[in-house]
Design a protein around this ligand. Structure first.
Ligand SMILES: *Cc1c(COP(=O)(O)O)cnc(C)c1O
Length: 441
């Protein structure tokens, strides 16, 4: 029986395989069949992998720490079908806008298991969240302390909140996805004294019930140490605030950022390793600073859905510039996955049939958008490709589709969920009518 290579088994969905014709299959469906039925570009999500990752987190952290919540960061892929699976697996979820809240509601996601993040939530969004009975709101600015106190007061609600602090810890990831350093729009800086002032104000606010602290360092974080370093620093701050302002630390949330393997050479720590590091850091800080062990919440986004998603493209024109580069253009690109252009993110690319045929060329998989920076992968070794071939990029399940745009007036791709040889649309491909629907002539 042919099968995927050892490294591909780590980055493709857990159900992936090669069938007897040498084609890659996901969830028992061959990529070419799905492409024929639903067109390309196509995003395929594997239900089994989403559930698998939810369970890895629930067990991985649950075995190390009690009580513990796993909160899926829905911005990684906001979709009602995914929210339903995540809810069934017992996870909590976070949203960062009114729109993401609408998706959570559409999935019937239990309100008490939701947390509202974001550095600039407005009055209407906060009102919608409270009206839905949201479990937690994580406050990110002085403006928001006053605004939320007001919005909650109008409704006669005392809202449970966390304060997002910034611990000035650099997790050594891309500058654009680093969030917990001093020069960041996110969080109240502990270093500058802003966080202390925020605690004082929020604890005193009549309609806010401050249940604990939150921080998020950025993403993806391939090292363990930034977590324990930040946990220690933030817990020390919490102890000071307890003594000075009566802050309670019933809940503690060290964020997400757990890395995934996009290319075989750079594999992240195991979930159990993150869990051990974080649990030990929280426990030892509780010991040192005299806290009862708080409820611990972790917020994986990418790590829940990245591996579940595979993007499929069809090859169009191929340009060979002798001694320079081979450009293989596909029917998608930055409109459905801007990560390579934005963060220089790397992806593995495989031809959908006979993927391990001897590589013939180093090629750049270019998109179809009118930008030179529009590419999916640079200088990847692939078997000879011809126009009409299908190629796929595994680990495309996080932050691709949610950042998709209609640039160049393209229609955003279809998304299917596969399971046990069946595929169902969870988002239909956009049409020209959709593009025209919001513009007035
Ligand atoms: C985006 C985000 C996360 C999730 O990050 P991942 O890298 O997807 O795990 C968690 N918490 C907050 C506050 C975020 O903004």
């Amino acid at each position: 029986m042919p099968s995927l290579s050892q490294t591909d088994q780590e980055i493709f969905p857990v159900t992936s395989d090669l069938n007897d014709s040498g084609e890659i299959t996901i969830g028992g469906c061959s990529i070419s069949q799905l492409a024929e039925e639903f067109g390309t570009p196509l995003y395929i999500y594997d239900e089994e992998t989403i559930r698998h990752m939810c369970r890895q987190f629930m067990r991985g952290f649950g075995n190390e720490y009690e009580p513990c919540h796993v909160e899926y960061s829905s911005k990684a892929f906001s979709n009602p079908a995914v929210a339903k699976i995540v809810a069934e697996e017992g996870l909590h979820m976070d949203v960062v806008t009114g729109g993401e809240l609408v998706f959570a509601k559409a999935a019937g996601f239990p309100a008490e298991r939701l947390n509202f993040h974001g550095n600039n939530k407005d009055r209407q969004e906060l009102g919608e969240a409270i009206d839905y009975g949201i479990g937690r709101i994580t406050i990110d600015s002085f403006y928001e302390i006053e605004l939320l106190n007001d919005v909650a007061g109008e409704r006669g609600v005392r809202q449970k909140v966390l304060l997002r602090v910034s611990p000035s810890v650099d997790p050594h990831t891309h500058m654009l996805t680093t969030t917990g350093v001093l020069d960041s729009k996110f969080g109240f800086s502990i270093e500058t004294g802003a966080a202390a002032e925020a605690v004082e104000k929020a604890v005193a606010a009549e309609n806010l019930d401050v249940v604990g602290l939150h921080f998020h360092l950025g993403s993806p974080i391939f090292e363990l140490e930034p977590y324990s370093q930040a946990i220690d620093y933030v817990m020390q701050f919490a102890a000071e605030m307890r003594d000075r302002h009566g802050l309670k630390l019933d809940e503690f949330n060290p964020g997400g950022g757990f890395a995934v393997g996009y290319v075989g050479e750079e594999l992240p720590p195991q979930i159990t390793e993150y869990a051990t590091e974080i649990a030990q850091a929280v426990r030892s800080a509780c010991d040192r600073f005299g806290f009862d062990e708080p409820l611990l919440t972790v917020e994986p986004g990418r790590a829940i859905v990245a591996r579940a998603g595979v993007a499929v493209y069809q090859v169009g024109g191929i340009k060979r510039i002798p001694n320079v580069r081979v450009y293989v253009s596909v029917d998608g690109g930055m409109g459905d996955n801007i990560r390579p252009a934005l963060y220089s993110s790397e992806y593995t690319v495989r031809r959908a049939y006979d993927p391990y045929a001897t590589p013939q060329e180093k090629v750049t998989i270019a998109g179809k958008y009118c930008e030179s920076g529009d590419y999916i992968a640079r200088d990847v070794d692939l078997p000879l490709l011809e126009s009409g071939d299908l190629v796929c990029t595994p680990t495309s399940g996080a932050y691709s589709v949610p950042m998709a745009s209609n640039y160049n007036m393209t229609t955003r791709p279809a998304i299917v969920m596969v399971k046990d040889g069946q595929a169902r649309l969870i988002r239909r491909r956009e049409t020209y009518e959709d593009l025209l629907a919001t513009s007035l002539v």
